[in-house]
Design a protein around this ligand. Structure first.
Ligand code: 13P
Length: 291
């Protein structure tokens, strides 16, 4: 039961792929976000992956701060479910920095490179991660929209290219299947299950990653999981939940009552709203009770 150290995402994803559920990657921005995610996962006995974009890492003063804060927090809180600290959409240099800074997992997003270069760079990072027992995610195709400066056209992945990257021994593979970071436009055509099935056919048991988890209808999420998705990333939805709850607190004038200006009080509704969002995602992805 004792497990307050950060772990690689390898085991939790292999179990999720075999058990037909998905592990949530919740992107974090600060201490409140991190605490909300790990406490909720622990309460629900679910594994969890904390995603950190390069922008969020910089905001939190650097990857070493993030790794130290997170690993110490797990210990101080006595968290006993598996928690992985994962770089989201990393550059080659960013991935190397996270590996040296105490992250337990990295994503190298080489999807904007020509495929040979993506293969080459992914291969180098796989060797480093394997030697250190860290998990690694790679990407083929691209995720539409924008996240912390990472912009993608949203093209669907080529299944043969996915196989080339999967064969390098990555832990998990993000394949673009019409998914988008942030809000989905009203005329969105939905996920391309045809692409997902074709990718799955080529990569076998490789756990697949669905980015852009915000705003995907539940039935599409469930169908994607049945076709091999074992990790789903959620970022914007927690930001919206935090923003709405904080706005309501201030609009109700609560910050002006008594000691309502105390940052611990001011941030509490947003924190609770993130917890509720994380709970909803863990339940929908089917990872509750799997730790
Ligand atoms: P959303 O912001 O759309 O939830 O996407 C999160 C994500 O894919 C992180 O990489």
């Amino acid at each position: 039961m004792k497990m307050s150290k950060l772990v690689s995402a390898k085991d939790m994803l292999a179990k999720a792929a075999a058990g037909k559920y998905a592990v949530a990657q919740i992107n974090i921005n600060n201490l409140e976000w991190t605490k909300a995610a790990v406490i909720t996962a622990n309460e629900l006995r679910s594994p969890i992956i904390l995603g950190v974009s390069e922008g969020a890492g910089k905001y939190m003063t650097g990857f070493k701060t993030v790794a130290a804060m997170t690993s110490t927090m797990l210990e101080e809180l006595g968290i006993t479910v598996p928690v992985a600290l994962h770089l989201d959409h990393g550059t080659y240099e960013g991935a190397k920095k996270c590996i040296e800074s105490g992250f337990s997992s990295v994503m190298f997003d080489g999807s904007h490179y020509p495929i040979d270069e993506n293969v080459e760079k992914t291969k180098e990072l796989v060797a480093i991660c394997n030697a250190k027992g860290l998990s690694i995610e790679a990407e083929v195709g691209s995720i539409g929209g924008e996240e912390d400066g990472v912009i993608g056209a949203g093209e669907c992945a080529d299944p043969d290219e996915c196989k080339r990257i999967a064969d390098l021994g990555v832990t998990m593979l993000a394949a673009g299947i019409g998914n988008i970071h942030g809000a989905y436009p009203a005329d969105w055509k939905g996920l391309s299950f045809e692409t997902l099935a074709a990718v799955k056919e080529k990569v076998g048991n490789m756990p697949l990653v669905l980015h852009g988890g915000t705003g995907i209808p539940d039935e599409m999420i469930k169908h994607a999981i049945s076709l091999g998705v074992a990790k789903i990333n959620v970022n914007t939805e927690c930001q919206w939940a935090f923003q709405k709850a904080t706005r309501a607190y201030i609009e109700a004038g609560k910050d002006l009552e008594g000691k309502g200006f105390d940052p611990r009080k001011l941030l509490a509704p947003g924190y609770e709203a993130i917890k509720a969002t994380v709970k909803e995602k863990l339940e929908m992805f089917g990872s509750v009770g799997k730790a």
